[in-house]
Design a protein around this ligand. Structure first.
Ligand SMILES: NC(=O)c1ccc[n+]([C@@H]2O[C@H](COP(=O)([O-])OP(=O)(O)OC[C@H]3O[C@@H](n4cnc5c(N)ncnc54)[C@H](OP(=O)(O)O)[C@@H]3O)[C@@H](O)[C@H]2O)c1
Length: 259
């Protein structure tokens, strides 16, 4: 098998939470180009349908599911339903976000729980719902989208430490679950992105004068990442090429964590 053949996903079916926009949409593109069929979950039907129409031009089958996976019961239920319609070989737990800049000393407990559900419990619920048949078949890929914030650093100039806490825990879950399933053909890895210029960050930038410049001055590459730049790394983690990599936390940050 050539090295490029090890990246092919023909015959594989991948479930991507938050696959309609942002980093998840870029990952969906890469997996479709590699030959996978896709199931995309998001809250907004309109953006899911747009992604489906665009991705189907690549000749893959795309199913979309409108659901809010930050509700753990909903996440479990929709993933179980998706599984009834066919095998899931690849799961990308991509949904998450900081969303609120709440000072650490003023964090209300209900917001804390809500953000832990969004960033951590959603990934655990989706994984638990689909991993059983992967283990039975002896092949599976779980990729958790964490962050450099939490596992490696606390972001400067912004609070809302629910985010760092949940992402650090997601990295911990990744490593522990990887150990549990390594001998059974199921790998679990985490990607730790730095700052990417996606919609959410465009919004932060437009609302906070000078924020983009301040962030970029802290990045050795002197720029934020583009969504498409995360896709080759995620494709590697989803493909046969990464069979011997599990429990890894892969940093992609333009050097942000070097300074
Ligand atoms: N962007 C960055 O710079 C950066 C850096 C480090 C880590 N990350 C992590 O990378 C992941 C993706 O980030 P992003 O910036 O691409 O996010 P985004 O722009 O907010 O997009 C997220 C995607 O998730 C869907 N989504 C959001 N909440 C959902 C929910 N509760 N249930 C189901 N679908 C939901 C969105 O569609 P709907 O709105 O229609 O639901 C969209 O498809 C997140 O886990 C984030 O923490 C991002």
């Amino acid at each position: 098998m050539s090295v490029f053949d090890q990246f092919r996903l023909t015959g594989r079916r991948a479930l991507i939470t938050g696959g309609s926009r942002g980093l998840g949409r870029a990952m969906a593109q890469a997996l479709a180009e590699a030959g996978a069929d896709l199931v995309l979950i998001g809250r907004t039907t309109e953006s899911l349908e747009r992604a489906k129409a665009e991705l189907e031009t690549l000749s893959c089958h795309v199913e979309v599911v409108t659901a809010d996976v930050s509700e753990p019961e909903t996440a479990s239920l929709v993933c179980s339903e998706v599984l009834k319609r066919g095998n899931i070989d690849i799961l990308i737990n991509n949904v998450g976000g900081r969303r609120e800049d709440i000072p650490t000393a003023e964090m209300p407990l209900d917001a804390w729980r809500r953000y832990l559900d969004l960033n951590l419990t959603s990934a655990v619920a989706c994984t638990t719902a689909v991993v059983g048949p992967m283990l039975e078949r002896g092949w599976g890929r779980v990729v958790n989208i964490a962050s450099i914030a939490g596992p490696l650093i606390a972001f400067k100039g912004i609070q809302g430490r629910h985010y760092e806490t949940a992402k650090a825990a997601l990295a911990g879950y990744t490593r522990a679950a990887a150990a549990d399933w390594a001998a059974r053909g199921v790998t679990v890895n985490a990607v730790c992105p730095g700052v990417f210029f996606t919609e959410a960050n465009r919004r932060w930038a437009s609302e906070r004068l000078g924020w983009r410049e301040a962030v970029e001055s802290n990045i050795p590459a002197r720029r934020m990442g583009e969504a498409a730049e995360i896709a080759p790394l995620v494709l590697y983690l989803c493909s046969p090429a990464s069979a011997y990599m599990t429990g890894a936390m892969l940093v992609i940050d333009g050097g942000y964590t070097l300074w």
